[in-house]
Design a protein around this ligand. Sequence first.
Ligand code: SDX
Length: 435
Amino acid sequence: MDAKTGTDGKTGTLKIGNKNYELPQYEGTVGPDVVDISRLYDEAGLFTYDPGFTSTASCESKITFIDGDEGILLYRGYPIEQLAEHGDFLETCYLLLYGELPTVAEKLDFDRTVTRHTMIHEQMARFYQGFRRDAHPMAVMVGCVGALSSFYHDSADIGDPRQRMIASFRLIAKMPTIAAMAYKYTIGQPFMYPKNDLAYASNFLRMCFGVPCEDYEVNPVLARAMDRIFILHADHEQNASTSTVRLAGSSAANPFACIAAGIACLWGPAHGGANEAALKMLVEIGKPERIPEYVRRAKDKNDPFRLMGFGHRVYRNYDPRAKIMQTTCHKVLAETGAKDDLFEVALELERIALHDEYFIEKQLYPNIDFYSGITLKAMGFPTTMFTVLFALARTVGWIAQWKEMIEDPSQKIGRPRQLYTGATYRDYIPIDRRM
Ligand code: SDX
C-alpha cells in the first residue's frame, strides 16, 4: 500500500520500564495517526493488549472513512448523504469496488454485467429444500452463500484478478436472488426468477413480493427506499463482519466462503442482528408510556437489557445513516399508509434517550438499525428478513475490503496473539489417581 507516510522518519516513542522503543508512526490522509507495533514483540518481547480492538487499526484502507465524533461517513471520500440523495446502489457498488464514480458508459456496462449474473445455478434451488420452512433466513443465507463455492470453481482462484472480479460480480448480483428465495421458502411461495428489465432494487422487491400467477407492479417510492437502504448499509470500515471477511480471506479461502463467514458474524444482535432486535424491542415496549421503564432497565448495570438500535463503537455522535434512515422511514410510512404506532414509540424513545444524561454521558445515539426495522416492516418484510437485507447490501463492502486486502502486497495471514492466564506446565495424572 502506498498511502502510508511515516517512512519520512516520523516515529512514536514507547517507554516500557526503563527502556524506550522507537516505533514508526504513520499518518493517513485523514483520521488518527497509527503507531506500527509489528516489531514490538521482536524488540521488547511484549504483545499489545486490546480486546475488541478499540484502539487498534487492523489494516490500511482507502475505501471508507468514519469520523465518529463528527458523525461523518465517506465512501471513497464521498459523503453518504450525497450518495444516498443523488446516486443509486449499483453506482455505490462501482465506487466501492473501483474507487471512482462511474461515467455514463461505465455505469451502463456495470449495471448490465450485474444484471446478467442475477440467476443462480438451477441446482442451488434444491439446497433450500434441506431447511425447515421455519428456519431463520440468515441460517439459509450462510448455508447457500457458502455453497456457491461448490458451483463456481472458475472464480475461486483468488490469485487471479479476473476471477476475483467475476466472483465479485456473481456475489453482488446473486445475493438478492438468494435472499428473495430464502424469504419465499419460509412462506411456502414459489421462487421468482429475476427479470433483466428491472433495476436492482426493483428486481429484488419483485422476487420477494411477486407471484407467478400475476404481474407485479413495483412501487417506485418503495424501490427508491430499498435502493437507498442498500446504499446506507453498503460498507462501514472495519466493523466486526468486515474484519471477519478480511481474516477469513487472509488464509486465501475462496471469496464465497469469506462472504458466508461475514454473514454469520453480521447475524449477531450486537451487530447486524440489531435491526431485528430493535423492532422486537419496540414491539415489547408497545406504547410510549412504557418507555421510562425500559430506559431505566437499560441503565441498570444488573440488567443485561440494552436499547437495541442505540450506541455504536465508533459513532460518539449521531450515526449519519440514522438521519437518512429516519427520513426514508417517513416516506415509506406515508406511501404505504402503514399507521405504525411503533414509529411513534421510536420517535418518543429517541427524544427521551437524546435528553437523558445517561445516554448523553455514554454518547448513545440511535444507529442505523433503529429506524431500519420499522421501515422494512412497513415495506412488508418479516423481522427475520431484516438482517438478510443488511447482508445483501453489505456484500459489496465485504468484497471491496476483501479485494483490497488480497491486492495489498504486505498482506499476510491474520494471526493475533494472547495474554495467557491459564494453568502452567503440569504432568498428566492417570484417571485412577485423580481424586
Ligand atoms: C452495527 O461497527 C460497525 O460499524 C457496525 C455497524 C455497521 O454498519 O457495520 O454500524 C452496524 O452493528 C450498529 C450497532 C448495532 N448494535 C446495536 O444497536 C446493539 C445495541 N448497542 C450496543 O450493544 C453497543 O452500543 C454496541 C455493541 C453497538 C457498541 O458497544 P461498545 O462500543 O463495545 O460499547 P460498550 O458495550 O463498551 O458500551 C459502552 C457503555 C457501557 O456502559 P459502561 O460499561 O461503560 O457503564 O455504554 C453502555 C454500556 O453498558 N451501552 C448501552 C448501550 N450500548 C452501550 N447501554 C444501554 N443501551 C445500549 N444500547
